[in-house]
Design a protein around this ligand. Structure first.
Ligand SMILES: Cc1cc2nc3c(=O)[nH]c(=O)nc-3n(C[C@H](O)[C@H](O)[C@H](O)COP(=O)(O)OP(=O)(O)OC[C@H]3O[C@@H](n4cnc5c(N)ncnc54)[C@H](O)[C@@H]3O)c2cc1C
Length: 466
């Protein structure tokens, strides 16, 4: 397999595949709206969608710095699944019943995204094959079994546990010793979903201005170089790019995740791999991987490469480090040795938002009308939809159109957390944490013991993750 002809960056393969959209017109000058949404990713667009569906006469403006889907929503691994960052911490803070309700809402969210995509005729290559997570070391297997039991305790009673043979009947991952599978997941084409969503909300009457960076958000104002939008509600939906806004440098840390994708694999290679169910595929490593079999029979695989840029710098139009491409390629061949002769077509990276306690939230500050949702870490494809319906309910409640709902009572709503440390502590902390995870993964690969490596346990505690 070669990376010589690999395209690096260009936002993502998903746009190379479907074409980069021509940006809509920028904001022409000062204007007003009932709700102004900053950021045209899944969070902003789903929020516009549900608000407009609930109150069709609402005047909603979306302001997007580049084009809708420029961020993580157009670059991700296409795992639509029921994971939400922070559930276990929310169980500790609000009790297990609240966390079970949150998990149930996430299970339902996977169905909701699939339902709306079908209803709005958004063809995003969605295939509901569930999520398969595999273990290939004794330590990973021990974590996998714990993970499986915990998920069942949170109400996922339809989750199943498999030994090596059953795992290989689904996907033949080299050296896999076990797996857990949940039906609450689907594979999709990220850019097709986000561009379809933008077209859908525009057709509903939402105004979208692209090439319009917001420099500052303050109560009832979203300020851009071309004018200011005044609105009673201003929603920040900027996830990994939040640090670029005035006053938000240390709110959510922009963490990088990188991906590679192969050229389409021939049937002879698929015969050795299986994967007919097109489950999304992950592992139980500390620096974990995520992968999918695409509609056109490629493997897309991602993981953390270079995790964080100094000073919360965010983007390079998706370019990633050659060393990261090489590391992901080696991982792919380790998992699927028969892919060794297939070229890597494209590599890219994107940023996700990480709060100091690694807990996602959907929040509306009723005293200012400012709202935000995010901090999804690496689990936002479905969570953004739950966040959007929650922001809709919070705004409707605040404006007296409805009372509290099941969604506004979920434990992640209106959660606040302290900011990240100033530099150089942020850089040292994140790089130290991922160096520790990589070291722990290497040690677990050769260790016969089932326990999680102690370096990873220390890193979990120090990072605020454990
Ligand atoms: C490589 C990668 C792989 C991932 N894989 C998965 C996965 O398989 N499954 C999963 O569940 N999650 C995954 N995630 C996470 C998931 O993609 C995100 O959580 C989700 O897309 C977040 O959507 P968002 O709308 O909140 O943010 P984004 O999609 O990042 O959108 C934010 C938007 O705001 C715009 N913006 C930023 N600043 C401003 C400003 N000042 N003014 C105006 N506009 C602005 C940006 O241009 C961008 O379009 C992955 C993320 C990455 C990076």
């Amino acid at each position: 397999m070669s990376t010589v002809s690999t395209v690096n960056g260009g936002i993502s393969f998903w746009y190379a595949d479907r074409g980069t959209p021509t940006p809509r017109e920028p904001l022409p000058g000062d204007s007003t709206a009932d709700v102004c949404i900053v950021g045209g990713g899944y969070t902003g667009l789903w929020t516009a969608y549900y608000l407009k569906k609930a109150v069709p006469f609402l005047n909603i403006t979306v302001l997007e710095a580049k084009f809708c889907g420029y961020g993580a929503s157009g670059r991700n691994g296409g795992w639509l699944y029921n994971g939400i960052a922070g559930r276990d911490r929310y169980a500790k803070l609000h009790g297990p019943d609240a966390a079970v309700r949150l998990q149930q809402a996430m299970n339902d969210t996977v169905d909701e995204v699939i339902r709306v995509a079908a209803e709005e005729k958004i063809d995003a290559d969605i295939h509901r094959g569930g999520v398969l997570e595999v273990a290939y070391t004794p330590a990973q297997l021990a974590r996998l079994k714990d993970f499986h039991s915990v998920e069942i305790a949170f109400g996922e009673t339809d989750r199943t546990l498999h030994g090596a043979r059953e795992t290989s009947e689904r996907i033949r991952v080299n050296g896999a010793v076990g797996s857990t599978w949940t039906p609450h997941g689907a594979r999709l084409h990220p850019a097709k979903l986000v561009t379809g969503l933008a077209d859908t909300v525009e057709a509903l009457g939402v105004t979208i201005h692209e090439s319009t960076p917001v420099t500052e958000i303050r109560p009832k104002h979203a300020v851009t170089p071309y004018g200011t939008v005044r609105a009673p509600y201003v929603l920040r939906c900027t996830e990994g790019f939040t640090a670029n806004l005035k006053g938000q440098k240390r709110t959510w840390l922009p963490m990088n995740s990188s991906m590679i994708i192969t050229e389409p694999l021939p049937a002879s290679v698929w015969d050795t791999i299986g994967w007919e169910g097109r489950e999304t595929l992950g592992d139980m490593a500390h620096a974990y991987l995520y992968a999918q079999r695409t509609a056109d029979d490629r493997i897309a695989l991602g993981g953390r490469g270079y995790p964080y840029r100094y000073g919360s710098a965010t983007d390079n139009d998706g370019r990633t480090q050659p060393a990261t491409i090489e590391a992901l390629r080696e991982l792919l061949i380790r998992l699927f040795p028969t892919t060794a002769g297939t070229p890597i077509a494209h590599a890219w990276s994107g940023v996700l938002g990480v709060p100091r306690d690694w807990c996602a939230t959907a929040t509306l500050d009723r005293s200012t009308g400012l709202g935000w949702a995010g901090g999804y870490v690496g689990s936002g494809v479905a969570t953004t939809n739950l966040a959007a319906r929650t922001l809709r309910d919070l705004i409707q409640q605040d404006s007296g159109q409805s009372g509290p709902t099941e969604l506004t009572a979920l434990p992640w709503v209106n959660h606040r957390v302290r900011r990240w440390e100033p530099e150089p502590l942020r850089w040292l902390g994140v790089h130290g944490m991922y160096a520790a995870y990589r070291a722990a993964d290497r040690r677990e690969l050769t260790s016969p013991r089932p326990g999680t490596d102690r370096i990873a346990k220390i890193a979990d505690r120090l990072s605020g993750r454990g």
